[in-house]
Design a binder for this molecule. Structure first.
Ligand code: C5P
Length: 205
């Protein structure tokens, strides 16, 4: 199969040096790409700014903003690809971005934001898999997202639980289907979770 995986945060610049972002480290997406390539699948990894080595056998494309990531995903996807979106894409970006560093006095106290495109929702792929970090009503909101974005599966996790979430090496996740069917998984390394996910995707082909 052919895998396209998004990973890491995006940065949405306000001027030459200031940006909106989030603490995503890219670990989950890099683990998915490593697992897919390790099992012999052609794998493209589209990564926001992260500090991780490229997994063996993976073609990596580095991007900065959500719009860059969207372009790279569209350029990399073929109709028979599987898209696994683990990236923590910034939902909004500043409406205006200055090419130079603004002086403190020039920065407005209210910054106008505009929505970023939803990369996963607008992508065309054979199978789409999303990730959902939630803090409440985890499974119900994940199933709703799965339907809204046309996904085959969403990996949901409660980021308030110890051992789950952004910088951790482990995750506590559930595989949630569009109809709400949920498989709760125990605490495991992101590497193990990635392997399980790739095996699940292989079972669909
Ligand atoms: O709607 P929410 O951001 O919770 O959805 C999370 C899923 O959608 C993740 O798989 C994420 O990578 C993807 N996503 C995306 N583009 C966005 C927002 C989210 O691909 N702009």
């Amino acid at each position: 199969m052919r895998f396209v995986v998004t990973a890491g945060p995006t940065r949405e610049y306000l001027d030459a040096v200031r940006f909106l972002s989030n603490p995503s480290t890219g670990k989950m997406g890099f683990a998915v790409a490593a697992a897919a390539a390790g099992r012999g699948h052609e794998t493209v990894l589209i990564a926001g700014p992260v500090n991780l080595p490229t997994p063996k056998g993976v073609k990596r494309i580095d991007v900065v903003s959500a719009r860059d990531m969207l372009k790279a995903v569209h350029a990399s996807l073929t109709g028979d690809s599987v898209l696994v979106a683990t990236a923590a894409v910034a939902d909004f970006r500043p409406k205006v971005c200055s090419k130079r560093k603004l002086h403190k006095a020039e920065i407005a106290r209210q910054i106008e934001l505009v929505p970023n495109p939803d990369i996963l929702k607008t992508a065309n792929a054979r199978f789409k898999v999303g990730f959902a970090a939630e803090t409440d009503a985890v499974e119900a909101s994940a199933a709703a997202k799965c339907r809204a974005k046309g996904l085959r599966l969403i990996v949901a996790n409660d980021v308030t639980r110890p051992g789950a979430g952004f910088a951790a090496d482990t995750n506590i996740a559930s595989f949630v289907s569009p109809d709400g069917t949920t498989e709760k998984l125990p605490l495991m390394t992101k590497r193990r979770l990635a392997a399980k996910l790739v095996e699940r995707i292989e079972s669909w082909s």
